[in-house]
Write a protein that binds this ligand. Structure first.
Ligand code: BG6
Length: 481
């Protein structure tokens, strides 16, 4: 669909940027913070851990100053569960005090906070007690934590996201504490989806009671699935991927229903994933205010016969293009590369048009406003004489924002855009080698260095985009080499 003219961005559009606690804060042993599954997972990393990361905990005044200079209307950050409930049970007031200081500083600088309640970092203690999200007990714990956040921060915070990418974390069990011994991975996936959906619904219901004016919604990661060819079996494979990875979990979160094809597929393999009617009723009774979604890339799906060998999803760990092994789910779909797209060094395909497709598909199916809560380019940046020329990131963001504007012109209500990330942080899969920020942090995987901050070229470019409310989007002059 080509438009004769584009709509402007709404005047109250949330031009933002995002981070997550375990990737940016550091200070994991300070002011009573407990050990999270992210702290545990990264202790054994060869190249980095969560101890210092970008030291935002100590430098948040400076960082908020940079946000103001950038012109951010909104900042998305996550609350580390283990600062508030170090062991999941006992409250830690200094943790609340830290986020109060951060929120106050944001508000003093005219920046609207958007809080992610859960970004992959639940207390290790809860993981050890009942397997974290595998246990139904997690719902009560998450509710208690969310209630504390609503009560402590809700007088100043209007936007809350419940669970970050609840659909993607089930694909990568090791990311959130792993599958308990003796449990089959698919059984784990569906149990975690169920527990997260119920937790999401109860937290939204609680939020409605405590903060009637707040906007609360779930968040997913959406890599739109394209068929590898127009062969009908590839079309079916792409549909399978969309339904299995995105629509099954999102239908639960937004519509309170289970995708029939997915239920049947697993029933034939002896796995009954049906929820009780009372649970479905509970899910149906809660409607989120928006869908937040994170978009980095699209996927390609091709047919994967039943007798094929399965391969679980993974990551390209060494940053050498072509090193990625595509997943294979026999009877559903197999991943593949897209010959029409460029990709970054970790084989994440760069597909701005996919963002518009994602907006259209999500809005058409759920009829809820959308917020793009992550989008960005991971790259190896170099600091030369205090400068980072990241024209490749400007190019990526400009093309994606343009497609978002097309989606808005298509009629999709997009409320905000939060590039990943505001500042360089520890990438979940690739440490500091892979950077995303508008602000460079002087450290790497081997040494913490000065941790000084440097504005990249993309900082200045995005500043101009925000101050012109998107009108200067195409102005890349002065940034190319
Ligand atoms: C998102 C996560 O899925 O992807 C972020 O919410 C993460 O935490 C981002 O950093 C990019 O992934 P990675 O592995 O490159 O850091």
């Amino acid at each position: 669909m080509e438009h004769i003219k584009l709509n402007n961005f709404p005047t109250n559009f949330l031009w933002g940027a995002a981070t997550a606690a375990y990737q940016v804060e550091g200070a994991i042993h300070e002011e009573g913070k407990g050990v999270s599954v992210q702290d545990s997972r990264n202790f054994s990393n060869a190249f980095h851990d969560t101890t210092v990361t970008s030291d935002h905990f100590h430098r948040f005044h400076e960082d908020v100053g940079l946000m103001k200079e950038l012109g951010l209307k909104s900042y998305r950050f996550s609350v580390a569960w283990t600062r508030i409930y170090p062991d999941g049970v006992n409250i830690n007031p200094p943790g609340i005090a830290f986020y109060n200081r951060l929120i106050d500083e944001l508000i003093r600088n005219g920046i609207e906070p958007l809080i992610t309640l859960y970004h992959f970092d639940h207390p290790q203690a809860l993981q050890e007690c009942f397997g974290g999200w595998y246990g139904d007990e997690m719902i009560e714990h998450f509710l208690r934590f969310a209630a504390t956040c609503f009560k402590a921060f809700g007088d100043r915070v209007n936007w809350f996201m419940t669970l970050c990418e609840s659909n993607n974390v089930v694909l990568y069990p090791d990311l959130i504490g792993g599958v308990p011994a003796g449990v089959e991975v698919e059984a784990w996936r569906f149990q975690v989806s169920r527990v997260m959906a119920l937790a999401n619904a109860r937290v939204i219901r609680l939020g409605r009671e405590l903060l009637p004016n707040a906007k609360i919604g779930p968040c997913i990661g959406y890599a739109v699935a394209y068929p590898a060819t127009c062969a009908p079996l590839d079309i079916m494979a792409a549909l399978n991927e969309d339904e299995f990875r995105t629509f099954y979990p999102l239908d639960l979160l937004c519509l309170g229903r289970q995708n029939t094809a997915v239920v049947t597929f697993f029933a034939q393999r002896g796995l009954d994933i049906r929820l009780r009617q009372s649970e479905l009723d509970e899910l149906t009774s809660v409607k989120p205010d928006f869908i937040a979604f994170n978009y980095y890339q699209s996927d390609v799906a091709k047919a994967c016969p039943l007798n094929d060998k399965g391969i679980q999803p993974g990551f390209n760990r060494d940053g050498k293009k072509g090193g990625f092994t595509y997943p294979r789910f026999p009877g559903l779909y197999a991943g593949d590369s897209n010959p029409y797209l460029e990709r970054n060094d970790w084989d994440w395909e760069i597909d701005p048009v996919g963002l518009r497709i994602a907006c259209r598909r999500l809005f058409d199916r759920y009829q809820l406003p959308l917020i793009i809560t992550e989008n960005g380019l991971g790259a190896c940046d170099t600091l030369i004489d205090g400068q980072v020329n990241d024209i490749y990131r400007i190019d990526y963001l400009q093309k994606h924002i343009y497609q978002m504007q097309l989606a808005i012109t298509d009629g999709v209500p997009v409320l905000g855009y939060y590039p990943w990330s505001f500042i360089d942080l520890m990438s979940t899969s690739n440490g500091y080698k892979k950077r995303y920020g508008f602000v460079y942090v002087d450290r790497d995987d081997n040494a913490v260095k000065t941790l000084n901050r440097y504005k990249k070229d993309s900082f200045h470019w995005y500043q101009n985009v925000i101050s012109s409310n998107g009108r200067n989007l195409n102005n890349k002059q002065g940034y190319s080499k």
